[in-house]
Design a protein around this ligand. Sequence first.
Ligand SMILES: [Zn+2]
Length: 495
Amino acid sequence: MIPMSQRASPTGLRPADPRDGRHACTPPRGTGRVGRAMVALVACTVFAVCTVLAACAGGTAPRPKGVLLLVVDTLRADALSLYGYGRATSPRLDRFAAERGVVFEHARAAAPWTKPSIASIMTGLEPRQHGVMLHHHRLHGQLATLGAAFQAAGYDTAAVQSNMLLASVFGYSNGFSVYLEEHLALHSVSTGEQINADALGWLDGRADPARPWFMWVHHYEPHFDYLHWPGLTFETGYTGRLTGSEPMDQLIAYTEHLGPDEIAFLRGRYDGEVLRQDQLVGDLLDGLAARGELAETLVVFTSDHGEEFLEHGELSHQHKLFDVLLHVPLVIARPGESQPGHRIVEPVSLLDLGRTMLDLAGETKRVFPGHSFAALMQGSGGIDLAPSVAHTATVEGGSETEPRELDMLFMGSHKLVRDLDSGERLLFDLARDPKERRNLAAEQPERTAALERELERFLSLRQRRGGPLAAEHVELTSEQLERLAKIGYGPKRGE
Ligand SMILES: [Zn+2]
């Protein structure tokens, strides 16, 4: 584990009121626009109820013995053959989904980079609610997490992960009895086998194998660096200047000079990593099967965000809200799935994944934020789907105290992205323009305004249920900041 000095900021939080399961809070101290937004609400409620009881119908399935949340970092859905990609990048996942799972065609992350996206999965809260929006933010200790919800339901809980942005010092270990992060690394070496070994080792070592378990396994292979794997390559004989070992901050600074051959080279490396990741996913599932666990386990496979290869002018991720960054794979395999291979076309948000997982595990009455989409797996029509929203904050074009912010709403077939600083609005019709090339905002001002009103309505509804909470801060060392820059999280891109 990487040692980090920690400076928890005052929060003003009072202890939880055990009578109603709510936390009362006074306004947190904040700085800049983010801070001012946080103090706007005087009282906050951390939990929200499952609002549509009918949507919890997925809980009628038998309770699984185990629940596995398998997250692969930086995996865009359209990079998988499971989602129609032309390269055979996911043969083992394809087979698993066909034999045991249900595939969600249109799942979106709540943020285009690791920290806020994972925080939203773990809390069911939109990024401005949980407050984890910048690198030095820490998930607040008073927030209820998915791990804690399973723990309260009697599950053994563990997490195994290797992303330094998810170190326990940032609060992501909240709710997990065991948080294994011995292999925190930038992806200059593979940690996949170690992650699998730790995950299966934890299962083997549990004191009471009869107890149910919940485990979050976080793999890291597709994240930059894009390593070369002999026998798993999709490179096409590129012999140019790039070696593939350049730090991401250098590649970003060099972006405007990258030609099609160089982008194809980088994409080939990434695709090779995706195929390598597919093998590791298959190995972990095989390990569960060998232990007799797989058939009784609820398996949820997804990613925290995608990756851009200049489709919209940039490399890497974090700064925009296009679908190459938000559209992620989602496969859910329940014990005894009656419709294996079924594909669900309704759009869903990972913001609602935790609530859905609890429902699918039979914990329908357990309080947790979100809007369950479990009923979609029962073939139930007409459920009230929540819109998909996303948000990102970046110091690019802003600062740590005044970050630049963008947010997004997707409803029907249209997607609105708004830049809260410049005022720019992007409107795309994804049914006709899935690559988001044509901004319709100027020619469809009424639709743009309607979606913006819907976004505001959604955010205000969520805030009434659980208002914004200030993230705590962790002081990053200069060495850590330098390491982050090498994988594309520099304070100022291009500098
Ligand atoms: Zn990530």
